[in-house]
Design a binder for this molecule. Structure first.
Ligand code: ATP
Ligand code: MG
Length: 344
């Protein structure tokens, strides 16, 4: 029938890969775009499991998520708020956006229609995210500079005047309250300086990621939330953009662990091999339903983390199980692939 053929042609011409998947995760139909997007011939994919197209490290979790979706099938973006990746036949990975839609054919079992869009083709997406993150960093630097150059200097002046007056014994009051006032001023100065460091981690530039993280952990631990760190020294292996992205991801993960997990400690691990640096932040607190949080749109912390990871060519993974805790994992390539190719 002409209409059917026309429809098939339109489907094959779409910029998105379309997959029709049954409840067991088996691909039952696909358009031609899957071939150029995933490197698998369309016919090779039919009757195979869709988990094959998911990055290797997420396959087990993906199978669980498919089962969850089958219990509550709704037309919705997959893992909304998270940055997703697909895996090509050659093992390479690329950022994707996936829309899911349940479909009940007249006869037969329920299906899910998946539309996959390759985001790496959309420079606009990357540069917009980059511009947003750069604007946030610039604003933080500006606030830190103002706090430091203006407020801290004023506080130092107040402390100086206070000390002079106290020494001159021209201020009334008992010694204890004067001592208290003096240490309150010192505390205020220390707090503002700590906020400044959080806004722009200067140590990162001067001493590298490992030390900047250790300082961050010490501050958390001193404030009553213990952070244990098992960190390799990455030295200067990462450029500043990558180091800053990893620092911000750890900073936000720890802030979430302290604010939301109910646990009183977290573990941060940083490892590296020839090509990747991997950082993991883990708590054993209350955990949460990732799908529910993603669709509620609450908070920008998790979203910001996955965006930052994507911008530096990293892989971001969030795993949280109610009652068991939360784990954030990000892997960043050490060598810049584009530059490495240019040098050949
Ligand atoms: N480690 C964690 N343990 C338990 N729940 C968490 C954890 N991390 C995140 N969450 C849940 O996920 C939600 C979203 O986190 P997200 O960081 O995106 O936003 P937020 O922390 O609420 O706000 P903000 O925009 O200030 O970061 C949290 O409100 C919380 O319910
Ligand atoms: Mg947060």
């Amino acid at each position: 029938m002409l209409a059917d053929r026309l429809l098939r042609e339109v489907l094959d011409t779409l910029p998105d890969a379309i997959l029709v998947v049954d409840e067991g995760g088996v691909i039952r139909e696909a358009n031609e775009r899957v071939t150029s997007m995933f490197g698998w011939d369309r016919r090779e994919l039919i009757e195979r499991n869709v988990d094959l197209l998911v990055p290797f490290q997420h396959r087990a979790r993906h199978a669980e998520l498919r089962a969850e979706y089958a219990r509550r099938p709704l037309a919705r973006p997959m893992g909304s708020g998270m940055l997703l990746h697909g895996e090509r036949k050659d093992g390479s990975q690329f950022p994707v956006e996936i829309a899911l839609s349940p479909w009940q054919p007249d006869a037969g079992e329920p299906m899910v229609v998946c539309a996959v869009r390759d985001l790496s083709l959309f420079d606009r997406w990357r540069s917009m995210s980059m511009a947003r993150v750069e604007a946030v960093e610039a604003e933080r630097t500006r606030i830190a500079a103002e706090l430091h150059d203006d407020i801290v200097q004023q506080m130092v002046f107040i402390k100086h005047r206070f000390t002079t007056l106290r020494n001159a014994e021209s201020v009334f009051g008992d010694d204890d309250s004067l001592l208290e006032l003096g240490s309150a001023i010192d505390h205020t100065i220390a707090s503002i300086e700590r906020i400044c460091r959080g806004l722009t981690p200067l140590e990162l530039k001067h001493f590298g990621l490992t030390l900047a993280l250790k300082i961050l952990f010490r501050e958390y631990s001193e404030a009553g939330f213990k952070v244990r760190g098992k960190l390799v020294d990455v030295g200067r292996d990462l450029d500043l953009a990558k180091a800053l992205a990893l620092f911000r991801i750890v900073q936000e993960s720890l802030s979430n662990a302290r604010e939301h997990s109910g646990a009183d400690e977290a573990l941060v691990t940083m490892t590296r091999d020839a090509d990747w640096v991997q950082v993991e932040v883990k708590d054993t607190g209350v955990g949460f339903e990732t799908a529910a949080v993603a669709s509620s749109g609450s908070g920008i912390g998790l979203l910001g983390m996955s965006e930052r990871a994507a911008m530096i060519g990293g892989l971001f993974e969030l795993r949280s199980t109610p009652g068991e805790g939360t784990r954030i994992r990000v892997r960043v390539p050490v060598a810049e692939p584009a530059r490495a190719e240019e040098e050949l």
